[in-house]
Design a protein around this ligand. Structure first.
Ligand SMILES: Cc1cc2nc3c(=O)[nH]c(=O)nc-3n(C[C@H](O)[C@H](O)[C@H](O)COP(=O)(O)OP(=O)(O)OC[C@H]3O[C@@H](n4cnc5c(N)ncnc54)[C@H](O)[C@@H]3O)c2cc1C
Length: 384
């Protein structure tokens, strides 16, 4: 029998109940740690509460450790999701749909051939990148977009962010190792790792994992959060098509616009990428432009009913790479944040790595560029 987590002294405190924090809590608990998950609002109420869920690989040229890490994430996620679904009886809406990207000009066609070659070198058997002239999905992708052909890959997939986070939550709620505290904000972290909550209550975890999305940056450097990272707003929409679609239709991606068929039969479209914004959670005419572009790309969206408009703020760490590893100057604090646009593909591996650090190891396979020791100066604590 496992001792229930002592709420004021857990082995591991995870700050933030988004996709990253949820995977951390799960992996830490699977390692036998007593975990306290602290969430300012409610689970998945931040960037992870959206509806896109694209799992798309980087271009397979200029190969580096980050691309390998993301590939490992894409390949290992289905097994992790399958285990979660078996445990909870809940579907996470994963589907290996592949992706189509129309080629708009001759130079891009030349580059596309390089990407196809790169995939044969870097991707495993069963995952292909081809450059095609005929439309592989007539009626789903408009013929008009194929001026110079279309890139097709069979590695891309989609997941339903809300179903996945609901399943992770359900698994955590039935795990004796885990306590979830919602509507609880961590106001600060002392040099010795003590957490101070908004109501001045304190918690003394063995290790703290900061997975608070854009809320991570002020926790890491309260005086100058912008040196750690910033938020990039995104807007998306969920639509009910006028006619039934194949929910395994390939992701369409063109000029920053995604069209994603989901298990529910609905279609998610996105996303804006806004560095400057007034309100974090409002949608505006920029979303109308995205919906119009998506409808021009995907005839199945014609006459679709708008179900929901949504906006969130992606956590983008300075230097663009995620930050994963011990915080310099505070060895009992591990960072896990800044997944930016690819969090859903890599959050479970970020979790493996951060829990590895929390348990005193140095995980293999984590790109050096993700390590805070290479990116951040020693932490300045408030008042020091
Ligand atoms: C429109 C849009 C489309 C996107 N599409 C995709 C996509 O297709 N594929 C993909 O992989 N990614 C996509 N992303 C990015 C992805 O959603 C994010 O990278 C990811 O959700 C970040 O997860 P997170 O757990 O780091 O942060 P969040 O989900 O923001 O979670 C952080 C949590 O921490 C809590 N918190 C903050 N501060 C504190 C504190 N002090 N104390 C306690 N709790 C705190 C917050 O309330 C929040 O719930 C998209 C993002 C947007 C906005």
């Amino acid at each position: 029998m496992i001792a229930a987590p002592n709420p004021s002294a857990p082995d591991i405190a995870v700050i933030g109940g988004g996709i990253v924090g949820l995977w951390y809590a799960r992996v830490a608990a699977q390692h036998g740690a007593r975990v306290l998950l602290i969430e300012k609002r409610t689970i998945a109420s931040g960037a992870s509460g959206g509806m896109l869920g694209a799992l798309m690989p980087h271009q397979p040229t200029g190969w580096n450790a980050k691309k390998q890490f993301q590939l490992d994430g894409l390949l290992s996620l289905p097994g992790r999701v399958e285990a979660l679904e078996a445990e909870t009886g809940l579907s996470c809406g994963y589907g290996r749909t592949g992706r189509l990207m129309p080629i708009g000009h001759a130079e891009k066609r030349r580059q596309s051939a390089q990407w196809a070659d790169g995939a044969t070198v870097h991707w495993p058997d069963g995952c292909a990148w081809t450059v095609e002239d005929a439309n592989p999905a007539p009626g789903w992708l408009t013929d008009a977009a194929l001026t110079h052909g279309v890139n097709r890959d069979t590695l891309s997939a989609r997941i339903d962010p809300r179903r996945l986070t609901a399943a992770l939550r359900a698994a955590l709620e039935t795990d004796d190792h885990v306590t979830i505290r919602e509507n609880t904000e961590v106001a600060g972290i002392d040099a010795d790792g003590t957490l101070t909550l908004e109501d001045d209550d304190t918690i003394n975890p063995g290790v703290t994992i900061i997975a608070a999305g854009i809320g991570s940056f002020p926790l890491i450097d309260p005086e100058n959060p912008a040196r750690i990272g910033r938020g990039v707003k995104g807007q998306g929409a969920l639509l009910q098509p006028a006619h039934p679609i194949d929910p395994l239709s390939p992701i369409l991606y063109d000029k920053g616009v995604y069209v994603i068929a989901h298990e529910s039969g609905r279609i998610a479209v996105g996303s804006t990428s806004e560095d400057a914004f007034d309100a974090p959670d409002t949608t505006d005419e920029k979303l109308e432009a995205i919906i119009a572009q998506a409808t021009a790309l995907c005839p199945a969206l014609e006459g679709a009913t708008l179900v929901e408009r949504w906006a969130g703020i992606r956590p983008r760490a300075e230097g663009r790479e995620p930050l994963v590893g011990p915080l310099p100057g505070a060895s009992s604090v591990v960072l896990a944040t800044g997944g930016f646009k690819i969090s859903f593909a890599i959050a479970h591996l970020m979790a493996d790595a951060a829990v590895g650090f929390a348990l005193g190891g140095r995980p293999e396979g984590l790109p050096e560029a993700f390590l805070p020791e290479h990116r951040l100066k020693r932490r300045r604590h408030p008042g020091t």
